[in-house]
Write a protein that binds this ligand. Structure first.
Ligand SMILES: Nc1ncnc2c1ncn2[C@@H]1O[C@H](COP(=O)(O)OP(=O)(O)OP(=O)(O)O)[C@@H](O)[C@H]1O
Ligand SMILES: [Mg+2]
Length: 315
């Protein structure tokens, strides 16, 4: 019996979210924001937190600075039951932060990556991976310390008997420099969104983008926002519409919540189609509350919300 169901490897940072802002910032001037919230940021942490809320045993491996933001991140993860003992805290680094200026549906964001830039393959030791049955990795382009070694990480995990999933997320530099051909053969569940997959493959539409990768990985699961998701495996392509939420609070972490739902069912041995539908459910559930983790307390609550709001009843 493994100590952990899932080890999540990825970036960690806080989000400082400002709302009700008096216009746009101008250099040399000061404007006021009516509301402010400090929240757990980072796609990897939101996914880890929600996997734990769904009832899995989850450990996190990432890098933080020895500072107030770092302590906050650990506190937030522990509140959700995530094992933080593998997180590396470096005295001479700063924990990353995103300052998000919210203007209605849209946000302007500035990120200082900080410690997340320094995680390398050497930090992800085999004995740590070995504690878990599944590896989930997220946000490749925010972690330059792992540049060029993602295939080695996934190969290592496979050799140790772990199943694997990858959400490489957006590339802020828009270089899309990731060798899918080398990496995807070691990835069980590949979880990009549709724009990311098109950028990565250079394909003109989603159908061609899926064709470009379908022979490389096992399950290709593409997130398409309010349209839902597309699953491709064994030459089949299955589209499932979203559980449309008429009154979205915000879509922060919808993709990471989808990942959590899909991985949860994958680990339980559910069919790929059931995992896809449950990913759509958890993505939609995430939009019912502010932020990426607030709608996730435990499995029973998620199922209650799913039934009441989206008429979804399967476990
Ligand atoms: N407005 C919505 N109503 C219902 N479900 C939604 C809505 N928006 C997103 N979802 C669900 O959440 C899933 C993931 O959302 P999305 O496609 O935005 O992922 P993403 O681009 O990876 O997001 P993120 O910005 O969190 O990385 C979708 O596949 C869909 O099932
Ligand atoms: Mg995403």
């Amino acid at each position: 019996m493994k100590k952990l169901d899932v080890i999540v490897v990825g970036e960690l940072n806080v989000d400082l979210i400002l709302n009700g802002i008096d216009g746009f910032p101008v250099v040399g001037k000061e404007i006021l924001a009516d509301q402010m919230e400090l929240a757990l940021g980072s796609s990897s942490a939101i996914c880890a937190s929600n996997l734990s809320s769904l009832g899995l045993k989850v450990g996190f491996l990432g890098m933080l600075g020895n500072d107030v933001f770092g302590k906050f991140v650990i506190e937030q993860l522990e509140k959700k039951g995530v094992d933080t003992s593998m997180i590396i805290v470096e005295d001479d680094l700063k924990t990353g932060a995103t300052i998000a200026l919210s203007y209605g549906e849209d946000r302007a964001m500035i990120t200082h990556q900080g410690a997340m830039k320094h995680l390398t393959l050497d930090d992800i030791e085999s004995d740590k991976l070995h504690q878990a049955g599944h590896l989930h990795f997220s946000s490749y382009f925010l972690q330059p310390g792992l540049k060029g070694s993602l295939d080695v990480l996934f190969q290592r995990a496979r050799q140790l008997g772990l199943t694997t999933s990858l959400d490489m997320q957006w590339d802020p530099a828009e270089q899309w420099d990731l060798n899918l051909q080398k990496t995807l053969p070691y990835v069980d569940v590949f979880l990009p969104n549709e724009t990311e997959l098109q950028k990565l493959t250079g394909a003109p539409d989603l159908e061609k983008a899926i064709q470009a990768v379908q022979d490389m990985g096992k399950y290709i699961v593409v997130k398409c926002g309010s349209k839902g998701s597309v699953l491709s495996y064994e030459k089949k392509t299955i589209e499932k519409p979203a559980f449309l939420n008429e009154d979205v609070v915000d879509t922060i972490g919808a993709g990471d919540s989808f990942n959590a739902g899909y991985i949860y069912q994958f680990i339980k041995g559910a069919s790929p189609e059931k995992a896809q539908i449950f990913g759509n459910v958890t993505g939609a559930v995430s939009t019912t509350q502010a932020g990426g983790t607030n709608a996730f307390t435990n499995l029973a609550e998620v199922m209650k919300l799913a039934k009441e709001k989206f008429n979804y009843t399967e476990g």
